[in-house]
Design a protein around this ligand. Structure first.
Ligand code: XMP
Length: 571
């Protein structure tokens, strides 16, 4: 049994012989006449079809007409509670409402002829539907995300019970298969790797090293100036395992800071960093006297990186990954890039790393974006004041809109909105519930953070965003804050329990040069969706006090938004 990802408009005749078809979600609206469509013949092939989110709405439109779908007045992003019926697709789902993850604007209002409704939430009356005779199913929510309870069971029911597939693959065989693929792709060429000290590039490098052996893999650790304190540890381990001649270290921070001077836009930052990486790689490649026809470029790209860069034709571009900038794309097309982890999710990469014998601290180090602290150090071109929020808030809570553009993902599409900071509510659960309500109701806000620390005497009205660039001084402050957070979180035994804990620097303060630290702890399995990690009051207080003690820090914020609607990184 194997699965293929096909373009949505693949003709039905080419899908004959499949055991089942899943129509995925997507950012478009089925109401628009030009939105992606399936060949309607797929519903008549006598093959089970499962529509997810956009796929669910498309199925309703294709089989029930345009009137069965409407633009929802209430949009649902994030967690909802689903009541479902006992039916094959919900086998092994308990008799109580279950938590499901939603991300949609349009809504199915009436099931098509032949279908019955088998699940509903408060805001979505047809959240699940089926036509058992034709084996057609539609789900408005996303069973594939870790936050949907029993999502795996729902897929298992579809794949095994409805489609009649049998399991014939063993994840333990993965390591052998990945290494065999590396040997096949490399042929007799050698692999030149940029390694960052992060999980993906470390595992990818080590995988190639184990597959190809000494002398055929060369790692280059480029100090960009944007690394975390302690990122060198993974490199030391690799040097220990593979030998000093397998790893070169180059301090190129002056190049990176130089090329990023005056760059404030996050997408530009990513593009410049990706490009600088390539230039540095080419220069070091030449400096080391390596011959072009003998070597390939190795990268630790994982599957979500390719999806979020718009890898599939209709997948929306959420943010350009630095491993997918134009010059890399050209090399990929020439067959000069090897990416052993490109089909894996983060959790699978870690299993692979453990199977390869890499140490726990290396394999379980929190994921860290390739562009490093550069994308966690927010910049601004011009000053802008904070504005008081006008929406109704609970008694004792005040809110203000921070004029930074932060990234969100709403209906699978990248969107920029503003940050709402709330004062007077520190309890995580209550703050999270309020954040959910506000981001559902206000499309101009995708991120909500609560004030964990504010320097005495600095009133909210006096705070503003100030013009700020990417400087060594600001990145050093951020690195210090990040290291403080890591130490405190480790001390409380929370490091392994939290999936990722970005710490960001925002030029929000009482005067130019003053800063705000944003804490963004999240739980996730694959980075595609996440919920904010609940910090106990004692831990939050300790973090706030330590960070508030840093020079130039006026405010500490704790981000209490899930993904969706907010991405994990702020920009
Ligand atoms: P977002 O912010 O999109 O992040 O929710 C999802 C995961 O991807 C990481 N991330 C990046 N990784 N280059 C990377 O290598 C990037 O430009 C980049 N941006 C985000 C992020 O840290 C999270 O784990």
């Amino acid at each position: 049994m194997h699965a293929v990802v096909a373009d949505i408009d693949r003709p039905a005749c080419e899908l004959k012989g499949s055991r089942g078809i899943i129509i995925s979600g997507g950012p478009a609206s089925v109401i628009e006449p030009t939105s992606p469509a399936v060949d309607p013949e797929i519903y008549t092939l006598n093959i089970p079809v499962l529509g997810i989110c956009y796929g669910h709405q498309l199925m309703a439109k294709d089989l029930g007409g345009i009137t069965s779908v409407s633009r929802g007045t209430v949009k649902e992003y994030g967690q909802s509670s689903l009541t479902c019926e006992k039916t094959v697709i919900f086998r092994d789902v308990p008799d109580r409402p279950i938590t499901v993850w939603m991300s949609h604007g349009d809504t199915v209002t009436a099931p098509p002829k032949g279908f019955t409704t088998i699940g509903a939430t408060d805001d979505c009356k047809v959240a699940a539907m089926q036509d058992l005779d034709r084996r057609l199913f539609g789900l408005q929510f996303h069973p594939e995300v870790v936050h949907t309870e029993f999502g795996t069971e729902i897929y298992r029911n579809f794949v095994f019970d409805v489609c009649g597939c049998t399991a014939d693959w063993d994840p333990r065989a993965r390591v052998e298969q990945v290494m065999a693929d590396v040997r096949r792709q490399a042929g007799d060429r050698k692999v030149f790797f940029l390694i960052s000290g992060g999980v993906d590039s470390t595992v990818a490098f080590y995988c190639c090293y184990r597959a190809l052996g000494p002398g055929r893999v060369l790692g280059l650790y480029v100090d960009t100036g944007f690394m975390r304190e302690g990122d060198g540890e993974a490199i030391e381990h690799l040097v220990h395992e593979a030998g000093r001649e397998a790893i070169h270290v180059a301090d190129r921070s002056a190049d990176f800071f130089g090329r990023l001077a005056g760059v404030t836009n996050p997408e530009r930052k990513r593009a410049v960093i990706g490009d600088t990486f390539l230039t540095v790689q080419e220069e070091e490649f030449a400096r080391l006297g390596l011959r072009d026809d003998e070597w390939m470029l190795g990268q630790g790209t994982i599957y979500p990186d390719t999806i979020e860069s718009g890898g599939a034709r209709h997948a929306a571009k959420i943010k350009t990954h630095h491993n997918r900038v134009e010059r890399i794309q050209a090399l990929i097309e020439q067959g000069k890039v090897i990416e052993p982890l490109v089909e894996l999710y983060k959790d699978e990469v870690r299993v692979l790393g453990e199977q390869l014998g890499l140490p726990h601290e290396v394999v379980w180090r929190h994921p860290f974006p390739g562009p490093g602290l550069a994308v966690r150090c927010l910049c601004a071109e011009s000053p802008a004041p904070v504005e008081p929020a006008r929406m109704p808030l609970p008694a004792g809570v005040s809110g203000w809109i921070v004029p930074v553009r932060t990234v969100g993902v709403q209906g699978d599409e990248r969107s920029y909105s503003q940050l709402l900071a709330l004062d007077g509510i520190a309890e995580a659960e209550a703050a999270g519930a309020l954040a959910r309500r506000i981001t559902n109701e206000h499309r101009t806000l995708n991120r909500v953070a609560v004030v964990a620390f504010r320097r005495a005497g600095r009133g909210v009205e006096g705070l503003a965003i100030h013009a700020a660039a990417l400087t060594r001084e600001r990145v050093a402050l951020l690195r210090e804050a990040d290291d403080l957070v890591t130490r405190i979180v480790r001390k409380h035994g929370l490091y392994d329990a939290i999936w990722q804990f970005p710490v960001a620097l925002v030029p929000l303060g009482a005067a130019p040069g003053r800063e705000t630290i944003v804490l963004r702890p999240v739980n996730s399995r694959d980075g595609m969706t996440a919920d904010f990690a609940r910090l106990a009051p004692a831990v939050l207080d300790e973090l706030a006090a330590s960070l508030g003690g840093l020079d130039r820090v006026d405010v500490v914020l704790y981000d209490v938004t899930n993904k969706p609607p907010a991405t994990i990184e702020l920009e």
